[in-house]
Design a protein around this ligand. Structure first.
Ligand code: COA
Length: 260
């Protein structure tokens, strides 16, 4: 896969996507959002890929936000369209992807950058990372799902504080708040992401995708997550992976999952 603003590197069962605009601290412009959409869509169709790791290029930033230079002159209608299209194409798209996506937050994750990390299935960070939603300091609010996903992850009070003060928190503070799962060194970040991806790869892909859908159902308007769980639990019983997983357990051996 060849792109201008991102790099895609596939090794074994892991696809690493690097947002590659280091001179602009990997700010998300329209083209980058489109390229990420295409990359994620293609990756989902490659059944050999079990996990995606999303990271920023360089040592300074994961993503320092949406590209402010692109929307500074927008009207209200254009602003709403920007948020709607971005949410549909990238943020909601990643959240609902059946392949797990780990955000490896390697520096600033601000505004759209933190929103991107929050749309991933879980996050790890390097100890130099700084995270925040500074939009109100620019006279706007988070538009790529930040007002919804931040309270889901850290609770309403902490989310309100972060959004209303427009402040940044450190990697350790983010871990204490439940925003990231682990903090490590910058050098240790990719190895840790790969280790976690390796653990995911051992499990049934079909069960993983049913689990992602069931967990996400808890946060969907008008959807009863318990019903989705019951449905998806049942779906698993119809799969070869379920037969293999349970048989392997009873035969005291490791499962060899084949379903995609
Ligand atoms: N949109 C567009 N360009 C951005 C950007 C963004 N969100 N974030 C950084 N950049 C650009 C800068 O304009 C600068 O470009 P230039 O060299 O052509 O002038 C380059 O990236 C480097 O950024 P700079 O501000 O010089 O680095 P710094 O180390 O002094 O500060 C930050 C780092 C992250 C604190 C600062 O870049 C910043 O506040 N960025 C905006 C964060 C933000 O508000 N994001 C939410 C957007 S809704």
């Amino acid at each position: 896969m060849k792109f201008k603003n991102i790099l895609v590197d596939i090794q074994d069962t892991i696809a690493k996507i690097t947002i590659n605009r280091p001179k602009k601290l990997n700010a998300l412009n329209k083209d980058t959002i489109q390229e990420l959409h295409i990359a994620f869509k293609e990756i989902q169709s490659y059944t050999d890929i079990k996990t995606v790791i999303l990271i920023g290029s360089g040592e300074k930033a994961f993503v320092a936000g949406a590209d402010i230079s692109e929307f500074a002159h927008f009207s209200g209608k254009e602003g709403a369209n920007l948020a709607r299209e971005g949410q549909e194409k990238l943020f909601d798209f990643i959240e609902n992807l059946s392949t797990p996506v780990i955000a490896a937050v390697n520096g600033f994750a601000l505004g759209g950058g933190l929103e991107l990390a929050m749309a991933c299935h879980f996050r790890i960070a390097s100890d130099n990372a700084k995270m925040g939603l500074p939009e109100v300091s620019l006279g706007v609010i988070p538009g790529y799902g930040g007002t919804q996903r931040l309270p889901q992850l850290v609770g309403k009070g902490k989310a309100m504080e972060m959004i209303l003060t427009a402040g940044m928190i450190s990697a350790d503070e983010a871990k204490d708040a439940g925003l990231v799962n682990y903090v490590t060194t910058l050098e240790g970040l990719l190895p840790l992401a790969e280790k976690l991806a390796g653990k995911i790869a051992r499990n049934s892909s079909v069960a993983i995708s049913e689990a992602i859908e069931a967990v996400n159902a808890n946060y969907k308007e008008g959807v009863n997550g318990y019903y989705v769980e019951i449905e998806n639990f049942g779906n698993c019983f119809e799969t070869e992976d379920f037969k293999e997983g349970t048989t392997a357990f009873l035969e005291k051996r490791k499962p060899n999952f084949s379903e995609e």
